[in-house]
Design a protein around this ligand. Structure first.
Ligand code: NAD
Length: 518
């Protein structure tokens, strides 16, 4: 049952008009937002479109310069933003600052510095129609909708919002109903910058509000969330031919080769598995360890996991915070029960912690195999399952036996071996001797294959895709009014084109020479 169904049950069938946000670390009520009614979502989009028209005509450089005011304001109020992230998500301050605030500020800086170059018009050299010239320009789309999840409520909303604003569109964000306050704060900060009103907007609500946003006349949708929701959202976009980017779930494998650096691999497993309490789409979700290092790796991962300090991040510098969405605790328990029934060994952890607050111990399972749900389905919680494998080949086969393909990790001291494995794993990104860090690289495209979605965020291509590509063609050499390619068709012109086609495409010396020339 989802959050909405739970609430409707508690209120005897009355749909809510507000969303209350509770601190996962303490269970305390920390705020309440009004749900945006369906008709109001359409009105927000209409106002955004009007505001966008003046924004769209500004040169890219000027838009970027103005948007840096938004960056500066977020940077100035970073302590406030970090505190709210820590409170609403129960995540450690380090993670709120580095994973969310710094990544957002850095992406905005990267795009502000590079967008004029990335979005500059460019020519397509034509190999056949030498007399013509074609070039592309990148024009704003209009209004971009963003629907985001609860695990990184700031960065996963702002990544798309920033790209939309830079390319001259307006943006309407529908954050998760589980963490509505962070984007409310972003709206407050944006509105205080003096940047155009109605260009950056937030609507609040459950899935129905997301649906209303898709139906409100937007020109592009960026969705980040679960696979099943993603399928419904992509279908709704498909019915309206709205281009969309789908950033969905992950099941990142970590391949630990026989020659891997044991200490580094163990630390990577623990960080990759338990950062943000494992609620990361690119968490280490399954480890395939070569038998040569399996036992020492399990031992070291156990030691390091047991050193982690877990608790309320608002008071202390803890390593692992709370579980943001309580359903994840039930999911974790089910995975563990299934794995234990099928022969897994509970190395450490395994239990929810007594309240107040929602906590689940960092858990390591060994002796895992592919019949267990924990090795096949997304966990999205603090569990790291480890399976022994006999060879790199076996690790590759098992890594690819998944419907998901977002990130993957390979640990080896041999760069060539790492690359060979990386190039065989079906994933959007494969990191050698590192975990998770690719999301923080503003220049590098991020996204998934298979059920992990389609489209990319970050980097040059994603920014260009956020805009509409318009191709313009013109004469390089003026053509006569009677263009031989136009009417009238006749026997002579047909013979001429027949001969030309034979010359160009029919093989032989002349063709080779022309080919070289073209
Ligand atoms: P979710 O799919 O339940 O919800 C995501 C968003 O979609 C929320 O804002 C929700 O209100 C909205 N929504 C729900 N139903 C909708 C509908 N019918 N139409 C429009 N919008 C609708 O996901 P979640 O539980 O918030 O997040 C966890 C999932 O997100 C995990 O599967 C995780 O792997 C994935 N995720 C992916 C990435 C990535 O970059 N690929 C990043 C983070 C999280």
């Amino acid at each position: 049952m989802g959050l909405l169904a739970d609430i409707v049950k508690q209120t005897n069938g009355t749909p809510p008009t507000t969303i209350r946000s509770f601190a996962p670390a303490t269970g305390e009520l920390i705020g309440e937002v009004r749900i945006t009614p369906r008709e109001e979502v359409a009105a927000v989009v209409a106002r955004a479109r009007r505001a966008q028209q003046a924004w769209a005509v500004l040169p890219v450089k000027e838009r970027c310069e103005r948007l840096l005011r938004f960056r500066d304001a977020i940077a100035e109020r970073q302590a406030e933003v970090v505190d709210l992230l820590t409170l609403e998500c129960g995540k450690p301050k380090h993670e709120a600052l580095i994973h969310e605030v710094v990544t957002t500020l850095d992406l905005l800086t990267y795009y502000a510095n590079n967008a004029p170059r990335i979005l500059a018009s460019h020519e397509y050299p034509l190999h056949l129609m030498k007399h013509r010239r074609a070039y592309a320009t990148y024009v704003p789309r209009g209004v971009v909708g963003v629907i985001s999840p609860w695990n990184f409520p700031l960065v996963l909303s702002m990544t798309d919002a920033i790209a939309a604003l830079v390319t001259g569109s307006a943006v309407v964000v529908k954050p998760s109903e589980v963490t509505p306050l962070i984007l409310q704060k972003m709206k407050e900060i944006y509105d205080a910058t003096g940047l155009p009103e109605d260009l950056f907007n937030v609507v609040q609500g459950f899935g129905a509000t997301g649906q209303a946003l898709i139906e409100s006349g937007i020109q592009k949708l960026c969705f980040t969330g679960g696979v099943e929701t993603g399928k419904r959202v992509a279908a709704a976009c498909g019915a309206r031919l709205i281009p969309c980017v789908m950033e969905l779930g992950g099941k990142a494998p970590l391949v630990a080769c026989a020659d891997a650096d044991l200490e580094k691999t163990a630390r990577a497993v623990v960080f990759g598995g338990f950062a943000n309490a494992g609620q990361v789409c690119i968490s280490v979700e399954r480890v395939y360890a070569n038998r040569a290092i399996y036992e020492p790796l399990v031992r070291r991962v156990k030691e390091l996991t047991e050193e982690l300090r877990q608790g309320d991040p608002s008071h202390d510098f803890v390593d692992v915070g709370a579980i943001i969405f309580p359903k994840q605790i039930e999911i974790a328990e089910k995975h563990i029960a299934d794995a234990m029934k099928k022969g897994a060994e509970l190395v450490t952890g395994g239990n929810r912690k007594p309240g107040p607050g929602q906590y689940f111990e960092p858990t390591v399972l060994a002796n895992c195999n592919e019949t267990m749900t924990v090795m096949n389905e997304e966990i999205f919680g603090p569990i790291v399952p480890i399976q022994a494998v006999a060879s790199d080949e076996e690790a590759i086969v098992l890594s690819n036996r998944s419907h998901l393909g977002l990130n993957a990790y390979v640990f080896t001291k041999d760069r060539g071996r790492g690359r060979r494995i990386a190039e065989k794993i079906e994933a959007g990104s494969v990191l050698i001797n590192d975990v998770v860090s690719n999301y923080a690289c503003a220049e590098v495209p991020f996204g998934g294959v298979k059920d992990s979605g389609f489209g990319r965020v970050h980097g040059e291509d994603a920014l260009r895709d956020m805009a509409e590509k318009r191709v313009v063609m013109e004469d390089r050499v003026p053509m006569p009014a009677r263009n031989p390619l136009w009417f009238p068709y006749g026997k002579d012109s047909y013979r001429f084109f027949q001969k030309t086609a034979r010359l160009l495409f029919g093989g032989g010396k002349i063709v080779k020479k022309i080919g070289e020339f073209l």
